[in-house]
Design a protein around this ligand. Structure first.
Ligand code: TRP
Length: 336
């Protein structure tokens, strides 16, 4: 048994991962791999929320996400990769916790509210409404100490703490309140300048993009719309071009020099973009090589998922024993 503290975090399998996932999440996960016992969850129940009519997409994404994880260096010999629905205790704990959770906790969750607003009536399902509850169960099932996530997920972690306090007060104090850790770049913009990145908007740079795709994406990147000529002074703040430089260009001096010249109208967009494309390709090149290896060795990808999932099931079954005992729903007949 490891006496390291535990991390649980996860991703919805709804497409291949992109640079936003790297800067907001994966980079932090990599740092924690050695110092924590990590559970990285592929939240397929959660993906069903708005993709119940497209299981093929989820099936493919489970594979793509696993390959992305392996390619960036998450290591199944150190960390546990888990498929949510293969640990059915997630569903059971979600249901049990829902009895101590007032509707208001979900109704005032700002992240959920925003997402519901974007959904059609048909997709505004009970299941979707309840996904933050299932996320609470994801975190509590392995009894995680720390949940590293992007900024948008913070309300769900706060809700986890509230549910823990309620559960512990009503039944037995078996859960601890987990901490959150927000990634280094809380919210990378889309390449079109949009604050939300999504594959459907086509405004992301995927980790699996080829060199040509990266070049094309960077060249099309939205910059300062008020700057018409390279001699016009430009704005750096909030400009995706510089946000990406800050996140992925290791040469900070060069980035500072670009910023200075951009502000003074002494450098063209194309020069700054070319340099960014080069940095991104340098960053992605080793990831691409590993991806190619795993594409050709699907059995290793499957094994990575299955070994972590079976470890998660062991712990989940321990936790559910504790939960049923705390709620005293494990022993009705013994009291007759
Ligand atoms: N909601 C997260 C996302 O959209 C994924 C997720 C599912 C998660 N369960 C989790 C994150 C538990 C942290 C903890 O990316």
């Amino acid at each position: 048994m490891s006496n390291k503290k535990r991390i649980l975090t996860g991703i919805r399998p709804t497409g291949a991962l992109h640079l936003g996932h790297y800067a907001g999440a994966l980079e932090t996960w990599l740092e924690f791999q050695d110092s924590y016992e990590c559970f990285f969850l592929i939240a397929d129940y959660q993906a069903l929320g708005d993709n119940f009519d497209d299981i093929d997409k989820i099936t493919d994404s489970v594979k793509q996400v696993t390959i992305d994880w392996l390619s960036v260096g998450l290591d199944p010999s150190k960390s546990n990769f888990v498929i949510q629905s293969y640990v059915p205790e997630h569903a059971e704990l979600t249901m049990l916790l829902s009895f101590v959770t007032p509707l208001g906790m979900l109704e005032r969750n700002p992240t959920l509210k925003g997402e519901l607003d974007q959904l059609s009536i048909e997709k505004r399902t009970v299941g979707f409404f309840n996904y933050p509850m299932s996320q609470v169960a994801d975190i509590l099932l392995p009894r995680a100490d720390l949940v590293p996530v992007g900024e948008d997920q913070a309300p769900h972690i706060e809700m986890t703490r509230e549910v823990v306090r309620k559960f512990n007060r009503i039944f037995e104090p078996i859960f601890k309140e987990p901490d959150t850790k927000i990634g280094r770049v809380p919210r990378l913009k889309g390449i079109d300048g949009n604050n939300k990145m999504s594959k459907s908007k086509g405004n992301v740079i995927e980790l699996r993009f080829s060199e040509e795709q990266v070049n094309k994406a960077v060249m099309s990147m939205y910059t300062d719309p008020k700057r018409l000529k390279a001699t016009d002074p430009g704005t750096v703040e909030g400009n995706p071009l510089f946000q990406y430089h800050d996140a992925f260009n290791p040469d900070k001096e060069k980035v500072d020099d670009f910023k200075k010249r951009y502000r003074e109208g002494k450098v063209g967009d194309v020069e700054v973009k070319k340099d960014l494309a080069e940095s991104l390709n340098n960053f992605l090149s080793p990831i691409r090589e590993k991806r190619e290896y795993y594409e050709n060795n699907p059995k290793e990808v499957e094994d990575a998922l299955m070994s972590g999932t079976s470890k998660a099931r062991e712990i989940a079954s321990e936790t559910m024993k504790m939960v049923r005992a705390a709620m005293k729903i494990d022993s009705y007949t013994s009291k007759w």
